[in-house]
Design a protein around this ligand. Structure first.
Ligand SMILES: Cc1cc2nc3c(=O)[nH]c(=O)nc-3n(C[C@H](O)[C@H](O)[C@H](O)COP(=O)(O)O)c2cc1C
Length: 216
């Protein structure tokens, strides 16, 4: 009798199956329902204070994708994938942005903006302290979204390649955000692996669990 895999085993198997794809099958595209689920999980990413200091750009047009390898260290994945996501982080977290978030919280939860004045002060204080380091902070948050995207894709059996090998200034120009308060920090190509991508069968290189996990 076939044994039923536990949820725990299924999770680990999905993550074991995922790998950083070097060659996508350009003939395969993700269907709309699958992509919608991916976007919905991306938007659910948690962030410090809940501020969501990011924008996600999704490139699926073949004409635009064709331009990407030249601004991605000549890597083929952004050109051959189905969808390329570019994570842009907020350069400066100003008072206006914080109020936009607090107003959203107030309307979503049916509370008054005034009731959040202590929280507002706390966020403002944190951001004042972090003057000059907002982008580093926002980038950290964007990388959490990258992690959530990778895990979500793996669970759905979709292949991906996280990509820092992109020329962010060139991506900013292409996305039309060069003069904005956002800048690209990292990308992720998604689609389906090419059957001949040798990296799919390479053994995973990870330090032993006992070396990196400490129980106190
Ligand atoms: C933030 C980040 C950026 C990465 N950038 C690239 C990249 O530009 N090109 C690439 O082929 N792989 C890239 N990788 C993939 C890593 O090399 C890969 O995840 C790592 O070697 C572990 O292998 P695995 O993901 O196949 O298990 C990146 C991974 C991360 C997390």
């Amino acid at each position: 009798m076939a044994s039923v895999m536990s949820k725990m085993d299924e999770l680990v198997e999905s993550l074991q199956r995922r790998y950083a794809v070097k060659r996508f099958d350009s003939s395969k595209q993700l269907d709309t329902d699958t992509w919608t689920a991916i976007e919905r999980s991306l938007v659910l990413t948690p962030s410090s204070f809940g501020l969501q200091p990011w924008k996600f750009f999704v490139i699926s047009s073949p004409e635009v994708k064709a331009k990407l390898p030249a601004i991605s260290w000549n890597q083929s994945q952004p050109g051959d994938c189905s969808h390329m996501v570019v994570f842009a982080a907020l350069k400066s977290v100003d008072e206006e942005y914080i109020d936009k978030f607090l107003n959203k919280t107030a309307s979503t939860r049916g509370v008054s903006a005034d009731s959040m004045s202590t929280y507002r002060k706390m966020i403002l204080g944190f951001m004042q302290n972090a003057t000059g380091r907002h982008l580093a902070w926002s980038s950290n948050q964007a990388y959490i979204a990258l992690g959530q995207l990778l895990a979500s894709a793996a669970i759905l059996g979709i292949d991906a390649c996280p990509m820092e090998g992109i020329l962010t200034a060139e991506y900013d120009k292409l996305l039309g955000i060069a003069d904005s308060n956002y800048t690209s920090v990292v990308g992720c190509a998604l689609g389906y692996r090419h059957p001949e991508d040798k990296h799919a069968v390479a053994a995973k290189v990870r330090f032993d669990l006992s070396e990196v996990v400490t129980h106190i």
